[in-house]
Design a protein around this ligand. Structure first.
Ligand code: ATP
Ligand code: MG
Length: 559
């Protein structure tokens, strides 16, 4: 099997290379095993890129397997969203979609196999008693009073558990391994529990469900997975993973390999916490553009390619660590700088009248669509006597270093003319409502005038009569604290109160009308923005994806 040359490989790919060259395996089969109890997040993207990426690179395959052993928390809504997110990220499981619940029969059979071998028993203790009996790192566990039940009795009780004779938690099936094992996971772990709940796929066929540890490795073996890649928390479950494979008549022998999970600063990544943000209305839903979910960052305008590139950049290691969110944002900027077409948009408009420009005159200026893709050519931008500019681009009483518009000052209006501000019009409360200006016809297209006069700033503008209205949602980090999980108190205490600013009166260049949802563009000088699904025909809604530059890094350096 040919492996493409890569300058430096991570330890997982090196192990796979070894297994292939030693002949241990003649192909590579990986799997991505989400539990359908929430939406996928950027952490899952790391695992998806790894598992599907390896399958692609090695000409193998990657299975999508729903790890659906917990009927009370799982739902088809999550199954559907997970499929959609993986496809959007650019990966394909082909025909290889599986559900752990497809193996419930087999797992049940294997549980009986263990009982028959004297390697599993029904325990009547409740969860608290079992927990106490397990001991801790310093102290060995104590045997359950039910540990030495006879095989026949165990078979009978397990059958009655399955037939629904007992209530939730009344009995469990435990593997009979070693109550003094240094690894707590090996101290007779629970492998089946009673849950009287409807399962999203098997309905009410079952009222006993296998535990994750009793399901995962066996599912891997049933699917002939060669390398079962998971995050470091599962490292001390590996002896148990192997114990089940050693003690059951499984058809293949997968190998579990652990890697460091992705953590990002300024966000939380556990599904339980993300669900809490949704349930408590702290965000508008799983796909709120501030969420670290795949559906959230997609709606925000992050391109799938940027997420894949980011995952490549951070790489795969054995270390626990936290990655800086600016690294992800920088990957997003790299892709969007190349792909996003340029437009002018004014987010905080102030009206401006060019007094020496004829009332009914209109012109169109050519502006470059995307300097990174010159073949796309130019677009026409209409110009007229009344325009909007950004409130921030004007100061009535500017400090020395302010080079943009001010009374008596002249600037270049991008692709249009040199314009001088002559007069500021205010309302009765002293608010600036209009700027009265003059233009220099000799600077058409934004050219320097024949007299060699220069200006120090170029600003963007939108023709008032042609403008398209929009709402623009400007996002900041969802949490004000770099590690909301480890800060004082509850993670919710660290929410950034200013994570969303809604600008209701944005004015856009008319070329922005009619773009499809999810199109990401550059608003010149401002950043990248993406058409939101809330857009309506007469009112577009844009999400700010990222500003042009990393203002956070700058702001923090200053502090
Ligand atoms: P969470 O902790 O967010 O609830 P989980 O591990 O319970 O996530 P699963 O649906 O079980 O979620 O995860 C599916 C796969 O994605 C697993 O193989 C898991 O190891 C991997 N995964 C989950 N979170 C991360 C992460 N932050 N970085 C890398 N891989 C992850
Ligand atoms: Mg999990």
């Amino acid at each position: 099997m040919s492996v493409p040359p890569t300058p430096s490989k991570d330890f997982i790919r090196e192990l796979i290379d070894e297994d292939l060259s030693s002949g241990k395996h003649d192909g590579t089969v990986t799997r991505f095993p989400p539990e359908p109890n929430g939406y996928l997040h950027i952490g899952h993207a790391k695992s998806i890129c790894l598992n599907f990426g390896i399958a692609e690179e090695y000409g193998g395959r990657c299975h999508l397997r729903f790890d659906d052993t917990n009927p009370t928390k799982e739902d088809v809504e999550y199954v559907d969203s997970i499929k959609e997110d993986i496809k959007w990220l650019g990966f394909d499981w082909g025909d290889h979609i599986y559900f752990a619940s497809d193996y419930f029969e087999k797992l049940h059979e294997w549980a009986i196999h263990l009982i028959e071998e004297g390697k599993a028993y029904v325990d009547d203790q409740n969860a608290e008693e079992i927990r106490k009996g397990r001991g801790d790192l310093q102290n060995p566990g104590v045997d359950s009073p039910y540990r030495d039940r006879l095989v026949e009795e165990n078979i009978d009780l397990f059958r009655r558990m399955k037939e629904g004779e007992f209530g939730d938690g009344e009995k469990v099936l435990r593997a009979r391994i070693d109550m003094a094992h240094p690894n707590l996971n090996m101290r007779d772990p629970v492998i089946y529990r009673i849950v009287h709940a409807e399962h999203h796929r098997t309905g009410d066929t079952w009222c006993i469900y296998p535990m994750y540890d009793f399901t995962h490795g066996q599912s891997d073996a049933l699917e002939y997975i060669t390398h079962s890649l998971c995050t470091l928390e599962f490292e001390n479950h590996r002896p148990l993973y192997d114990w089940f494979l050693d003690n059951l008549p499984v058809p293949s022998r997968p190998r579990q390999i652990e890697f460091g999970r992705l953590n990002l600063n300024y966000t939380v990544m556990s599904k339980r916490k993300l669900l809490q943000l949704v349930d408590e209305g702290m965000v508008s839903g799983w796909d709120d553009p501030r969420m670290p979910t795949i559906s959230g960052i997609r709606r925000r305008g992050y391109p799938a390619e940027a997420i894949r590139e980011f995952c490549k950049t951070i790489g795969i290691t054995k270390f626990k660590g936290t990655n800086d969110i600016s690294l992800l944002e920088s990957a997003v900027r790299d892709v969007l700088n190349r792909d996003a077409n340029r437009y002018m948009a004014v987010l905080n408009p102030i009206k401006l009248v060019i007094t020496n420009y004829p009332e009914d005159k209109e012109e169109e200026f050519d502006a470059v669509i995307n300097p990174e893709q010159p073949e796309l050519g130019t677009r026409k931008v209409p110009f007229s006597r009344e325009l909007y500019i950004e409130r921030d681009d004007f100061m009535e009483d500017p400090p020395k270093k302010f080079f943009r518009l001010a009374p008596g000052k002249e600037v270049r209006f991008r692709s249009a003319y040199f314009i001088r501000c002559d007069e500021v019009v205010k309302d009765d409360d002293g608010n600036i409502v209009e700027l009265r200006c003059t233009y220099d016809p000799e600077t058409r297209g934004g050219q320097n005038p024949p007299d060699g006069r220069k200006v120090k700033a170029t600003i963007h503008w939108v023709s008032a009569k042609h403008a398209v209205d929009a709402e623009v949602r400007v996002y900041d980090r969802l949490f004000a604290n770099e590690s909301p999980d480890s800060g004082e108190g509850n993670f919710l205490d660290h929410l950034n109160q200013d994570s969303l600013a809604v600008l209701e009166n944005a004015k856009l260049e008319p070329n922005l009308a009619g773009l499809e949802t999810e199109t990401t563009v550059q608003f010149e000088r401002l950043g990248y923005f993406c058409v939101d699904s809330d857009s309506e025909e007469d009112k577009l809604v844009f999400n700010r994806t990222v500003p042009l530059r990393d203002s956070w890094a700058k702001a923090q350096k200053k502090n």
